[in-house]
Design a protein around this ligand. Structure first.
Ligand code: HEM
Ligand SMILES: *[C@@H]1O[C@H](CO)[C@@H](O)[C@H](O)[C@H]1NC(C)=O
Ligand SMILES: *[C@@H]1O[C@H](CO)[C@@H](O)[C@H](O)[C@H]1NC(C)=O
Length: 560
């Protein structure tokens, strides 16, 4: 053999072996799946393969353009992250309530039946959450979002003490105040492209203040830019820097960033710096809070200065097996900051664009806010009195999450096979199988949501009741709305997020309305239609489902 062919084989043989291994695995998974007795589709690459994730949509768009026979294949339809959002209920209507997608990694079982999904949520030990997918949230320590079984139960009990009505009342008043500041900033400009960024700032500000006692004033996008010419050093600014780049950090981890520091490009250096500063803020806050907590007599362990941080520290302080370690406190601080604002921020952005495209819905919520407030100003919005009456504002949130759920749910069978009753048939799901509640199908299935299920129409959440025809929110059929998940592992921040959303939307829309800025040659009706279409095109999963380029829709606020 010549040198050249030796070199060729040295390079090629690992690749050949790798491909052989991959496709034997796929074949094996496919055979296993066929034995379950549900429809099976095979795809060549696991959707969660990190290299594939970077380019999946682009590669598939390219292939579909030049290889038309691929259109409609399982590869083109199912082999990318976020396919559920585009396919909606179609795969289940074609393949049935349960179908399997085989990949070279795992088999993925999709459940499109509300009762089956409810059952898997109930059997939480049989179908635990697949924490492997969220491991990247461990950057500053393990936390509630990433632990399982007994450890999860222990941490959940501790975290639950964070969510009180008193916290919700603080969220409310903080949201109203910030929304008023934000609105002043927005209406001082002829038009704005920074709504999404500003809404994130608002949400993060609330989280920092209410969750961690770090007060700050709302600053609009340009004000922030001006300030960040100097290096970012406050708790909130470093957290914002980290969260805006969280995909990178989660991919690399702060330790790797630290080790590579000297070789990093400027952007990553800044990020690495933010990680270090953020950790030092957390350490300082932890130490201060610990001193405060230990100094208090029990009669003083009062409500006044209680927030997420004091709850976590109290749970870690002076306890043995029951408490959190210092590292777990940091892990949970970061997780709460992330889970508690990123979700809401994306929901705000989707809702804002839907509203900009739907003037009738803006009129509808303004009418409600005015009726509830009577002659009061938005600064007097009251949590106890007004929040329970602002059904339409809450309906806007639920309807937005119905179509664009920020959080993708994933359970699995872990190390044991499980039996599931599907209609007349009991199927056995092998160990190590992903079990996915098809939320995007359940949220849009015409069986539960009617013929116009793909339309954004918040009024579907409202029904009239009683002799006076008072409005109230509907409760969807169990298992057909999973926005905050269900069962014991549901979202503890459900009410927190509703309070934040309703306070903000009520404040913004009482006396004002928002329109998209028409392009040249476009009238307002056409511009609104363009915005609604843009939402569909632009939505894509990063860590959560989000709009990628909300800044491409300039908005303008007008007084009613
Ligand atoms: C629009 C707002 C929100 C949505 C749609 C949402 C949705 C969800 C969902 C679907 C889960 C379950 C995840 C899974 O099983 O994989 C979850 C978990 C969680 N959420 Fe939220 N969430 C929101 C806001 C919040 C807020 C404001 C907080 C805190 C302040 C929060 C804290 C958490 C925590 C700590 C968990 C983990 C619970 C556990 O694993 O036991 N969320 N959320
Ligand atoms: C703890 O309490 C003592 C007296 O009650 C007070 O002098 C001290 O400043 C307190 N320390 C902290 C950290 O609050
Ligand atoms: C906007 O343009 C469309 C199509 O050209 C037209 O049908 C519609 O009547 C126009 N609407 C307004 C409000 O001018």
């Amino acid at each position: 053999m010549g040198l050249l062919s030796t070199a060729f084989w040295a390079v090629a043989s690992p690749i050949v072996l790798f491909l052989a291994y991959t496709y034997l695995s796929l074949l094996w998974n496919y055979i296993v799946a066929l034995q379950i007795g549900v429809p099976v589709r095979a795809i060549p690459i696991e959707q969660t393969n990190p290299f594939w994730m970077i380019m999946d949509k682009k590669v598939l768009a390219f292939l579909k353009r030049y290889l038309p026979f691929l259109r409609g294949s399982s590869f083109a339809r199912f082999n990318w992250r976020g396919f559920e959002i585009v396919e909606r209920y179609k795969p289940h209507h074609e393949l049935g309530d349960v179908y399997m997608v085989s990949t070279p990694g795992k088999n993925w079982l999709y459940l499109g039946d509300p009762d089956l999904v409810t059952e898997t949520f109930k059997r939480r030990n049989d179908f635990p959450r697949c924490s492997k997918l969220t491991e990247s949230l461990n950057v500053f320590g393990t936390n509630l979002g990433t632990v399982d079984a007994a450890e999860w139960k222990r941490q959940r009990k501790i975290i639950a003490t964070c969510f009180t009505e008193q916290t919700n009342a603080l969220v409310w008043s903080d949201a109203v105040a910030r929304a008023r500041d934000m609105h002043r900033y927005w209406t001082s400009k002829p038009s704005l492209t920074t709504a999404a960024d500003d809404l994130r700032t608002l949400s993060l500000g609330i989280m920092s203040e209410v969750g961690f006692g770090q007060s700050s004033k709302f600053r609009g996008h340009e004000e922030r830019l001006r300030a960040s010419g100097t290096s970012t050093t406050s708790y909130k600014d470093t957290l914002q820097e980290i969260l805006e780049n969280c995909v990178l950090i989660m991919a690399l981890g702060p330790e790797v960033l630290g080790k590579l520091e000297r070789w990093l490009p400027k952007k990553l250096k800044k990020l690495q710096h933010a990680c270090v500063v953020f950790q030092s803020h957390m350490t300082k806050m932890y130490e201060e809070t610990k001193a405060k907590v230990s100094n208090r007599t029990s009669s003083q362990t009062s409500a006044d200065s209680r927030n997420f941080l004091t709850s976590l520290v109290q749970a870690s302080h002076g306890m043995t097996s029951e408490g959190l370690t210092e590292k777990q406190v940091y892990g949970n601080m970061f997780m709460l900051a992330f889970a508690g604002h990123d979700t809401v921020a994306h929901t705000f952005t989707f809702a804002m664009l839907f509203l900009a495209g739907s003037p009738d819905v803006q009129d509808w919520i303004s009418e409600e806010v005015r009726a509830v407030l009577e002659d009061r100003d938005t600064k007097d919005l009251d949590y106890e009195k007004d929040f329970p009456r602002l059904h339409r504002c809450l309906a806007v949130m639920c309807e937005t999450i119905r179509l664009y759920s920020p959080v993708a749910l994933a359970k699995w069978t872990d190390s044991a096979a499980q039996t599931l009753q599907v209609g007349q048939k009991a199927i056995v799901i092998p160990a190590n199988t992903m079990v996915i509640p098809s939320y995007s199908c359940l949220h849009t299935d015409p069986r539960w949501w009617g013929e116009d299920s793909l339309t954004w129409r918040p009024s579907r959440w409202i029904r009239k009741s009683g002799p006076k025809g008072e409005e109230e929110l509907i409760t969807p059929r169990k298992g057909t709305f999973l926005g905050w998940s269900e069962g014991v592992r549901d979202c503890p921040g459900r009410k927190f997020s509703k309070v934040e959303f309703v306070a903000t939307i009520a404040t913004l829309f009482k006396d004002w309305k928002v329109d998209p800025v028409p392009l040249d040659g476009e009238n307002l009706t056409q511009a609104r239609k363009r915005v609604l279409e843009f939402i569909v095109e632009d939505a894509a999963p990063v860590l959560l489902l989000q709009m990628n380029h909300p800044e491409r829709v300039p908005l303008v606020w007008k007084k009613r």
